[in-house]
Design a protein. Sequence first.
Length: 205
Amino acid sequence: MEKLSGKTALVTGSTDGVGRLVARKLGQAGARVLVHGRDAERGARVVADIEASGGVAAFLAADLSALAEVRRLADAAQATVDRLDILINNAGIGTAGPRQTSAEGSSCGLRSITSPAFCSRCCYCRLSRTARQRGSLSTVEEGARAILNLATSPAVEGQTGLYFNGLHEAKAQAQAHDLDARRQLQALSLELTGLSAQGVAALER
């Protein structure tokens, strides 16, 4: 992995599993890591692991099943660092068992889609021009390698909109290329997050 000295990374869902390993590897490569999760004790352990390896890290707590918490995470990141170079939306919102709804009334399945999108938008003003936003799995080690490849490899520098299966570029399922489905998903995401198409366009200019 390339050296990441001077870079800052926010890894959501990084107090356990793949996210934890990714955060530790980024710290070992020299990045300043913002560790995110819901459990402060677990977060403190990940921060301690990174610091024990000579890295720099801080823990930010938030429950991303609620969009208000997503915004709070973005605000906390902004208060902690002056820029982000890498944003990894790793946090997952569990959907096993009976149908669950968030405090805001939408299904947790929908939150698994809208929360990462909203997190990216909320953090947009802090992401540097060359920042990488990609979400990429299998064993913990294989998943971590796939994510780190997308987040740090010079081979994908400046590229976006790609789909990867592990370490290899692949073709996404047919529905991902369905323009009508994509428009519907975008409209629903904007509705649920309270964002507007005009507002998103203004952020991206």
